[in-house]
Design a protein around this ligand. Structure first.
Ligand SMILES: Cc1cc2nc3c(=O)[nH]c(=O)nc-3n(C[C@H](O)[C@H](O)[C@H](O)COP(=O)(O)OP(=O)(O)OC[C@H]3O[C@@H](n4cnc5c(N)ncnc54)[C@H](O)[C@@H]3O)c2cc1C
Length: 497
């Protein structure tokens, strides 16, 4: 079953339409697929997880950084448990790296104690204050006078979870329509709503879940004035070469800045082995503005190297940025706003999820359960989809397999021995599995998220050709081979057949 046919528009009716294929929309679709409902997810990009979900720190927060009693605290603490359980079910890597929040002098100790108390009030296990000696024993390269240890904090590949959730939902009967930007929503006189997409789809739905990330206010505005305005705040990153992971293997955070702009420039080990430095926190006017700037990138290095000077010698292999959908602007005097997850009063059957910034990745599975129980169940009879099961399997990552398993695969199919991406050691068989994904997403970025091909040190300089050739070999038209959006074709001067 394929999630989408990008070349044809549909006129179809659903029980629930989810707008936005980030981690939140995908988690909601996954929950909905467990019931006998007709459900569709509409995503404007060429794949799921192309928005904020693709560009963040990938940290599963334990829940100590958010005020007690908030939705953020509740969904964070519930969410990390659910996320880890989902990762076990799907076979997705979660690395329990743990976290240190650093105080550089005695005057900052009360702030660490405040976070410790907040964490305990939120029900976070595994917290302890450490002195300089204890920090040195754990992480000899970290400069600290005191630190707060969080045992629960882990790292993950956020886009892999979003893909697993969306693809498993499709394998259980849900639909995903890619390249389908919702452009209008109208209430229908007989009940429910009519939506139109830029792909020409006309979708009727009894219920609408607006999970459009940094543009969720715009989706709400298609029906009514948004309850909250979204203020985009960009966060830029350095991804350091893989060997940087030998310097530090825990997440290392400063105390968060008081303006509520973010958690401060931190150092995060990635599931792949390299270290992330970032993010910055800059208010921008456009939610799609993911540019990088030299000034911010230099500032990130200065702040990160103050915490871990030994990282100085390692090269950046990639810069990127993500945009936080905050509910307050830079000069508002506000330093905290909670998630806004509210059914519309004027338009029954529509729920808007606004301001799903950090810890939204960690919280997503708990948000999804909440939307199902508090919103969908209030409108629709929920009868279980008895055939539902975990049908999704991760694509085996050749590089991480033991030698005997590699040999078994090589004997089974020589494509496992034909390496197309040498930095990440990705085989032709892995690319083939990724191209056959249930969503029908075949851009270079879609293959990258599913296999890590083009993600290594050469950043596609050497492997773009062989990976593109494999996409072509598997049936795509040459003009359709793109890095991401239609604006980024790999082969220029050719038209789709
Ligand atoms: C710099 C940064 C660091 C972060 N670090 C962490 C972290 O370490 N841990 C953590 O828990 N959280 C973190 N977060 C927060 C987390 O990444 C987000 O809360 C989460 O990814 C939000 O997911 P989402 O599904 O709401 O949004 P998105 O992933 O952006 O998904 C929304 C989707 O809606 C689609 N869309 C928009 N408009 C339309 C339309 N008209 N029609 C159809 N589709 C549309 C978009 O294309 C997009 O794919 C971080 C965020 C940032 C920016």
């Amino acid at each position: 079953m394929r999630g989408v046919n990008p070349n044809s528009s549909v006129h179809a009716s659903y029980d629930v339409a989810v707008v936005g294929g980030g981690i939140v929309g995908a988690a909601i679709l996954h929950e909905l697929s467990k019931y006998r409902l007709r459900v569709v997810l509409l995503e404007k990009h060429h794949d799921v997880a192309e928005g904020i979900t693709k560009a963040n720190s990938g940290v599963l927060h334990a829940g100590l950084m958010v005020p007690s009693g908030s939705l953020k605290a509740r969904f964070n603490v519930e969410g990390i448990k659910l996320y880890k359980a989902l990762a076990r079910d799907f076979g997705i890597a979660v690395h329990n790296c743990r976290k240190l929040i650093i105080a550089q002098d005695d005057s900052e100790l009360p702030n660490l104690r405040r976070l410790l108390d907040q964490g305990r009030a939120n029900g976070v296990p595994g917290l302890a204050l450490l002195n300089a000696e204890q920090v040195r024993t754990l992480q000899p390269n970290v400069v600290a006078k005191h630190a707060l240890l969080s045992e629960e904090t882990s790292v993950t590949l956020p886009y892999q979870m979003a893909i697993a959730l969306a693809e498993n939902a499709v394998l259980n009967g849900a639909e995903v329509r890619l390249n389908a930007e919702v452009s209008s929503i109208r209430p229908h006189p007989d009940g429910g709503y009519r939506m139109q997409t830029t792909a020409g789809d006309r979708i009727s739905a009894k219920l609408i879940v607006n999970a459009a990330g940094v543009h969720a206010d715009r989706i709400m505005e298609l029906l009514e004035p948004p309850a909250e305005r979204i203020w985009p705040w960009r966060g830029q990153y350095h991804l350091l070469e893989e060997a940087s992971g030998t310097v530090v293997n825990m997440a290392v955070y400063p105390l968060p800045p008081k303006d509520g702009s973010g958690l401060g420039v931190h150092i995060t080990p990635t599931v792949n082995g390299g270290i992330l430095l970032g993010p910055s926190a800059e208010s921008v006017t456009d939610g799609t503005d993911t540019a990088n700037s030299a000034a911010a990138l230099e500032q990130l290095q200065r702040e990160a190297f103050a915490l871990v000077p030994a990282l100085r010698g390692f090269q950046t292999i990639k810069n990127y940025s993500g945009v936080r959908p905050k509910l307050f602007g830079p000069d508002s005097g506000v330093s905290f706003k909670d998630f806004h997850i509210e059914p519309s009063k004027a338009f029954p059957g529509v729920i808007n999820l606004l301001g799903i910034e950090s810890p939204g990745l960690t919280a997503a599975p708990a948000i999804a359960e909440h939307v199902l129980e508090q919103f969908v169940a209030a409108h629709l009879e929920l009868s279980p989809n008895r055939d539902w099961q975990i049908r999704w399997e991760p694509i085996p990552r050749l590089r991480w397999l033991p030698a005997e398993e590699k040999q078994r695969l090589w004997r089974q199919d020589p494509a496992w021995g034909h390496i197309l991406c040498h930095c990440e050691q990705v085989s032709r068989a892995e690319i083939g599995r990724a191209v056959a994904n249930p969503l029908g997403a075949v851009s270079i970025h879609a293959i990258r998220k599913r296999t890590h091909a083009t993600l290594g040190r050469c950043q596609s300089s050497f492997c773009l050709g062989p990976v593109s050739a494999e996409i072509l070999r598997r049936g795509s038209d040459i003009g359709m081979v793109r890095r991401g959006t239609p604006a980024h074709p790999v082969f220029t001067g050719v038209e789709p057949a």
